[in-house]
Design a protein around this ligand. Structure first.
Ligand SMILES: [Fe+2]
Length: 605
């Protein structure tokens, strides 16, 4: 009947970085997923055909049943910015300008054409601006009727940072900082200088900061960026190249700080100090922006999105300053989350907001697999497993193995949307073990990382271990371990990796060298299954936290399907894999089944 007809809106983020699709039904988020999980290409920016098909499958509809298709940015404004910027910086920007003109002439209607033809979509495709999409992804799924909204990233069309006010179904932008003044760009400049990959490895720079001293903070503030009282800022372009070339920094930047590191060279004290210094600058900007957002909105709530919003150290500083009563950060804070945001704008342009309808309590919005599907795969590959039909017995098995020092791949239910594994596609281990940290890095993740792992901690126990608390279901904040849990007088003058391996608390695997940890608070209501896993471990050990790292190896996206999980499991030294209720022990496998797994592509589910 007509009045019961459901309204579907499909949001798409694509062709730039981390493509994704999201589907909402009558304002409810029913599916959201990144394309990289299907194609196995990290940050895949291609047309998200698999993500779109997945979303439609969840609702059991086809594209003709969708009421609106919405795109996450305005392409003509983006080109306007690119062309005007390169034009302004001619002749230095000549090659980039020529390339952009060429692309624009060839592809000015590219997005609309590409989407329409792929989708077989005859109607109009709406689009909203990049930062409108970020802001909507932060506000509408949050639990607040009224909130200040902070969006921070590299750049959308023109906007790089914005403060907006969300009230019921309306979002009003109040203040913006425009390109080329970009927090994303300056952070990428430091990422490049320190020998990491721009647009990918920014989180590594953040993880490096606690090793360094912020000795360059004044120099950065004097030469590179001017911060105003309201948190707005201006870059001194003399030191950057992103606005005219294909790198982010130029020779002036190097003459100020020294030569940049090649990625194959050892990490230097200089890189550690650079990371610490830019982090201090970011902390100051975040706090000032938050104070301004509070002042001009009068709201007691803050929501955050945009790739720079993944800086959980700076987010933690906002919490420490006690500016807002509540803070919520979108799980998919980067551009993937924009597919969700733009779909929600389209919905709320026509509908009133009933609080709770779009509330994104978890990020479990991706594919899941039935026990029958999992069993078929395991049988097909002659993989030895034990099926625990009783959940309590399964939990007992997981706990006993965690306590026994085993590293476990945990594959349960719907996959996470956004960059963090939160219990559905996670590798877990005992946070109390220092060997665990080494083993996980070297044997499982294949990285000699200077970053410790993140703890997943029962929400009701966070206050016992950390000085500050904000619900952190998506690992959005970094807080310091309380003094009584620290091992004092740790040595600071020793090589980086030795410092990491120095025991700093009774939870060495999750405590950074400055006693900080990127926490995931796990609540019984929002993440019941993972809560049970940790709670069972707590009952046995009196320790309410475990290591939670993403289920992947370095350079690969997080696993999506049971096949991906098996491939990852058999390619490293993980001990146990838990696929739904099936438990697979590595050491009980026959060689033939592992060999057979090499032919995974031939498998038909
Ligand atoms: Fe963005």
């Amino acid at each position: 009947m007509e009045e019961n007809k459901k309204i579907y809106i499909l949001g798409i983020s694509a062709f730039y970085h981390d493509s994704s699709a999201a589907l909402i039904q009558d304002g409810k988020i029913i599916a959201a997923v990144q394309e990289e999980r299907f194609t196995r290409i990290k940050f895949d920016s291609s047309y998200p055909i698999n993500s779109i098909n997945y979303c439609l499958n969840v609702a059991d509809i086809n594209i003709q049943d969708v009421n609106e298709v919405v795109y996450f940015e305005k392409n003509h404004l983006k080109f306007d910015r690119i062309l005007k910027t390169y034009f302004k910086y001619l002749p230095k920007s000549f090659f980039q300008f020529a390339k952009a003109i060429n692309l624009w002439l060839k592809e000015k209607n590219y997005i609309e054409k590409e989407l329409s033809s792929h989708l077989n979509w005859k109607k109009n495709i709406k689009s909203f601006t990049h930062h409108e999409s970020h802001a909507a992804s932060a506000f509408y799924p949050s639990p607040y009727e009224d909130a200040a909204i902070l969006t921070l990233d590299g750049v959308g069309e023109w906007t790089c940072t914005s403060i907006a006010h969300g009230q019921k179904n309306k979002i009003k932008v109040l203040q913006e900082v425009n390109y080329p003044d970009s927090l994303g760009m300056i952070y990428s400049a430091f990422t490049e200088f320190s020998g990491f990959k721009v647009n990918e490895d920014e989180y590594k720079l953040m993880g490096l900061a606690p090793y360094g001293k912020p000795v360059f903070k004044d120099l950065i503030l004097n030469k590179l960026i001017k911060i105003y009282d309201d948190g707005s800022y201006k870059l001194n372009l003399k030191y950057f190249a992103f606005h005219y070339g294909h790198t982010t920094i130029n020779k002036n930047f190097e003459s100020l700080f020294g030569l940049k590191r090649n990625s194959n060279e050892e990490i230097r004290d200089l890189d550690q100090n650079m990371a610490a210094s830019i982090q201090e600058v970011f902390n100051e900007i975040f706090v000032k922006l938050a104070i301004t957002a509070k002042k001009i909105t009068g709201s007691k709530n803050l929501v955050i999105a945009g790739g720079v919003g993944l800086n959980c150290v700076a987010n933690g500083k906002i919490v420490e300053q006690n500016i807002f009563k509540n803070i919520w950060v979108q799980a998919a804070a980067g551009d993937a989350g924009c597919s969700l945001g733009c779909a929600l704008i389209a919905y709320y342009n026509k509908n009133q907001r009933v609080l709770g309808t779009t509330n994104q309590k978890s990020s479990f919005l991706g594919p899941e697999f039935t026990s029958e599907e999992v069993k078929n795969i395991l049988d097909n590959y002659s993989i030895d497993y034990k099926n625990f039909e009783n959940d309590d017995l399964l939990l007992g098995e997981i706990t006993n193995n965690l306590v026994g020092g085993k590293i476990i791949g945990l594959f349960q239910g719907r996959m996470e949307f956004g960059p963090r594994a939160l219990g559905a596609r996670s590798i877990i281990g005992d946070a109390r073990s220092i060997d665990m940290q080494k083993n996980m890095n070297l044997k499982i993740k294949y990285r000699e990382s200077f970053r410790p792992f993140a703890p997943a901690i029962l929400e009701e126990h966070v206050h016992e271990y950390f000085s500050y608390f904000e619900k952190s279901p998506f690992m959005s904040f970094i807080f310091k371990l309380k003094k009584n849990h620290r091992i004092p007088n740790i040595l600071k003058e020793m090589p980086l990796i030795d410092r990491l391996h120095q025991k700093r608390s009774i939870f060495p695997a999750i405590t950074h060298v400055d006693y900080s940890a990127r926490i995931q608070s796990v609540s019984k209501e929002e993440n019941p299954l993972f809560h049970r896993v940790i709670n069972n471990f707590y009952k046995k050990t009196n320790c309410p936290m475990i290591i939670n790292t993403s289920f992947n190896v370095m350079g690969e996206p997080i696993v999506c399907t049971p096949i991906d999980a098996l491939r990852c499991f058999f390619s490293n030294d993980m001990d146990i894999l838990v696929l739904n209720n099936f438990v697979i022990h590595k050491d009980s496998q026959k060689i033939e089944s592992i060999g057979k797994l090499n032919q995974l592509e031939e498998l038909l589910i």
